[in-house]
Design a protein around this ligand. Structure first.
Ligand SMILES: *[C@@H]1O[C@H](CO)[C@@H](O)[C@H](O)[C@H]1NC(C)=O
Ligand SMILES: *[C@@H]1O[C@H](CO)[C@@H](O)[C@H](O)[C@H]1NC(C)=O
Ligand SMILES: *[C@@H]1O[C@H](CO)[C@@H](O)[C@H](O)[C@H]1NC(C)=O
Ligand SMILES: [Cu+2]
Length: 320
């Protein structure tokens, strides 16, 4: 199950890719790992050195400049990732997605670039253009809007190979709603397409009337989903009625949404029978159950689970 702490912000959360350890360890799953600080720096250095981009430092100065807004992993295409994981293909080229704000021109725009290969980038290509027309009382004089927090998950799971032959794994409105049409459906299932990586876009808030991604188009295309590589899109959320204790900061403990991915006729029987660390509790004197027989196959004392040093955290785990 996924648990999310929800901050005090009217933010639309887009789907997130899984992250893993950095660097380039032999673990094949590292093709999905977030960019390491070294890779982030290499992309920044490479792009800052391209004269045609005319990039200025992001910090300080005015808005009418070209600057690098964001660098993150550009996940490999599914086909090449699977071929690599199945040992029939080469390791996919590792690339970054970079978002550039071109502000130093008469018609400013935002452009997304694919930059690679990492860790030593030598070229980039344009990914897309936007990734032009952007434009209950909680205190004496403060109102908190009642609002909904919705989170959309993209579930792209290969169960025993591509084309899920096992059973399924299951868990409207204003003009501005076009950008969040995924919120209409608790669960939607579509064919997987490389050009439908996420149900929303970080640019939607700039033009919710004509958003770059409209989820409704993913499902209104009359495509059959039988015996296909499928993606499940799951919406979970809750209504937030703001109260005085939300100000200035909404405490997140206790706020949780999530869902379970459970097999459906995938196993022939209850798979917990194969559990390697079972604890069996049997009442010795039913029905009062005042005495229990507890059999465990784990060590009686698993050792200390609290770290002897006090926990400290300065806001980052490594220098970026
Ligand atoms: C955005 O600006 C860049 C830099 O000037 C330019 O190369 C690109 O063609 C522009 N994109 C669009 C869609 O106008
Ligand atoms: C899907 O099928 C319906 C009914 O045949 C049709 O009206 C609609 O235009 C089709 N949509 C697309 C995107 O092909
Ligand atoms: C924060 O801690 C990390 C890990 O101990 C360390 O690498 C980093 O330099 C620290 N940053 C600051 C600003 O102290
Ligand atoms: Cu809220």
């Amino acid at each position: 199950m996924w648990l999310l702490g929800l901050p005090w912000a009217l933010a639309l959360l887009v789907t997130m890719a899984s992250s893993g350890p950095s660097a380039d360890p032999p673990d094949p799953a590292s093709i999905f790992a977030d960019l390491s600080p070294e890779e982030l720096r290499a992309v920044r250095t490479f792009l800052m050195g391209r004269p045609e981009l005319g990039l200025s430092p992001s910090q300080g100065g005015h808005l009418a400049k070209n600057s690098l807004f964001l660098v993150e992993l550009l996940p490999p295409k599914k086909r090449s990732a699977l071929r690599f994981l199945e040992h029939v293909g080469a390791r996919p080229r590792r690339e970054a997605r970079a978002i550039i704000f071109f502000g130093a021109q008469a018609e400013p725009n935002i452009t997304e670039l694919a930059v690679g290969p990492l860790p030593r980038p030598s070229s980039y290509r344009v990914l897309g253009f936007k990734g032009r027309r952007y434009g209950s009382r909680v205190h004496s004089h403060l109102l908190g809007n009642i609002h909904t927090h919705l989170v959309h998950y993209k579930v792209d799971l290969d169960v025993a190979g591509e084309g899920s032959h096992a059973g399924p794994v299951l868990p409207r409105g204003w003009r501005e709603e076009r950008g969040v049409t995924w919120a209409r459906y608790h669960l939607a299932v579509t064919r997987r397409h490389e050009n439908e990586p996420s149900s929303s876009s970080i640019y939607t808030q700039n033009d919710p009337w004509d958003p770059p991604v409209t989820f409704e188009n993913f499902i209104r295309d009359n495509e059959t989903i039988e015996d296909q590589d499928l993606v499940a899109w799951v919406t979970v959320g809750f209504l937030h009625v703001p109260h005085a204790e939300d100000i200035p900061n909404t405490a997140t403990p206790g706020n949780a949404v999530g869902f379970f991915l459970r097999p459906f006729n995938f196993f022939n029987e209850d798979p917990s029978g194969a559990s390697r660390a079972p604890v069996i509790v049997r009442p010795l004197d039913p029905p009062s159950c005042s005495r229990l027989e507890i059999r465990r196959w784990t060590p009686p004392s698993p050792g200390a689970c609290v770290h002897p040093e006090p926990f400290t955290y300065n806001g980052t785990y490594r220098l970026v």
